[in-house]
Design a protein around this ligand. Structure first.
Ligand code: FNR
Length: 397
């Protein structure tokens, strides 16, 4: 079994599952409770049918677009996901290298296993966002924002709001790392205190951190101690509100803000009133890892179309969760998504073969997206629209 033999994202997941540790698999695969939302994320796309047109010249096909005003070659991007180095030592920086090859945008997780400085190093022409989990100790988040402002490749802050506490992820608990006592997540001051000084206040030593990470993973055998997810969420603030948090964030960054984890049209409508500093929203149920039985993002997208379509004119609307095929990408774009995020696919790509594995993921999805656009009768991303889908089977009354 090799990367070249992987023809789709499911093949990549299967290959990664053979290669990565049980702990990494448990953390990546897991979702809340009974995995209802996770599985709906995938199946909802199967209930949306495409409506291809004939007699359209599809000699050319252009998947490029702009996301938040930044040019990208593909309409899908890497959603923030923690702990890439659990799967392969190339980690988030390797994912960034692959994104460079395919002109894709990447959002770096607050809980990445490498520092943002490491991830963007040498990637001056690429587009990144940085995802924030506001810490209970706000000074730590403020210090991280100051570090982010030194990195011109990072174009926006993505504030994740669907997981004030982690969901109950039983696969993760069963195969757990336990409560890592030092350095696993490169950006979390609490857990990187083993390094010289706090990551939030001093310039971190990237090499020392990544070595430490490897030792942690090798050494830990405390299965059943609550899961990687729970350990990572230890310092995350559960008390965020519209009234207090957005003004606080606006006071500490001039970068555009993207809100992640919206699951209702009501919240999308509220978010649109915070434009222009809030420039986008990511409809997401956190890959099913937060509240189980929360809706797949396509449901929320359809709600917005029905109840408050003016949102699309005010802010860019993105979706993630369950994207496995080029046809999934195309369906979301037809229904009004500006771009589509990938969570597990790049993590499994990384697990299957580091940079080359993530490149294979992006290569497959780009080719599938092109094929879907051509067969649909669309040359360009901006030509995609609701006339190309029949979403009646998932539409809300
Ligand atoms: C995530 N996700 C996530 N989201 C976020 O805002 N910050 C984070 O640190 C993480 N970490 C994380 C780790 C792992 C292992 C997974 C699988 C997911 C959620 C992620 O951004 C995204 O919303 C979902 O993963 C999308 O669903 P798919 O593509 O995995 O089906």
């Amino acid at each position: 079994n090799s990367l070249a033999e992987c023809l789709n994202i499911d093949d990549i997941e299967a290959l990664a599952t053979k290669k990565i540790s049980r702990k990494a698999w448990g953390y990546y695969f897991s979702a809340g409770d009974d995995l209802v939302s996770k599985s709906l994320n995938n199946t909802v796309y199967r209930s949306i049918l495409l409506r291809p047109r004939i007699f359209v010249d599809c000699t050319r096909c252009d998947t490029s677009t702009t996301l938040l005003g930044n040019k990208v070659s593909v309409p899908f991007f890497v959603s923030p996901a923690a702990m890439a180095r659990l799967g392969h030592r190339d980690g988030e920086a390797g994912i960034a290298t692959a994104c460079g090859t395919y002109g894709a945008m990447q959002i770096i997780s607050n809980n990445a296993s490498q520092t943002p400085e490491q991830v963007v190093a040498g990637k001056e022409d690429q587009v990144f966002g940085w995802q924030l989990y506001v810490q209970t100790d706000r000074a730590k988040s403020e210090a991280m924002l100051q570090r982010i402002h030194q990195l011109p490749q990072i174009k926006f802050i993505c504030l994740t709001l669907d997981a004030p506490v982690p969901g109950k992820r039983e696969h993760d608990e069963r195969t757990s790392l336990g409560n890592p006592s030092g350095g696993v997540a490169a950006n979390l001051p609490v857990r990187s205190a083993v390094q010289s000084g706090s990551a939030s206040t001093t310039s971190p030593d990237p090499e020392a951190k990544t070595l430490r990470l490897e030792e942690q993973i090798e050494d830990s055998d405390s299965a059943g101690a609550g899961g990687v997810g729970k350990a990572l969420f230890a310092g995350t603030a559960p008390d965020l509100t519209w009234k207090a948090t957005l003004p606080w964030l606006a006071a500490h960054t001039k970068l555009p803000i993207v809100l992640k984890g919206l699951q209702t049209h009501e919240d999308a409508y509220l978010a649109s009133h915070y434009a222009p500093q809030v420039q986008g929203i990511i409809l997401s149920n956190h890959g099913g890892r937060a509240l189980d039985t929360a809706p797949p993002s396509i449901h929320t997208l359809l709600e917005i179309r029905k109840f408050c379509p003016e949102v699309f004119a005010k802010i860019e609307v993105f979706v993630d969760g369950g994207i496995r095929r080029g046809t999934d990408v195309v369906k979301a774009l037809c229904l009004g998504a500006r771009g589509v995020g990938l969570g597990r696919a790049p993590l499994f790509g990384n697990g299957a073969g580091g940079v080359a594995g993530v490149e294979r993921v992006l290569e497959i999805l780009k080719a599938e997206t092109e094929t879907a656009m051509r067969l649909l009768g669309c040359e360009r991303v901006e030509d995609l629209g609701p006339q190309f889908v029949n979403a009646r089977m998932v539409e809300r009354d």
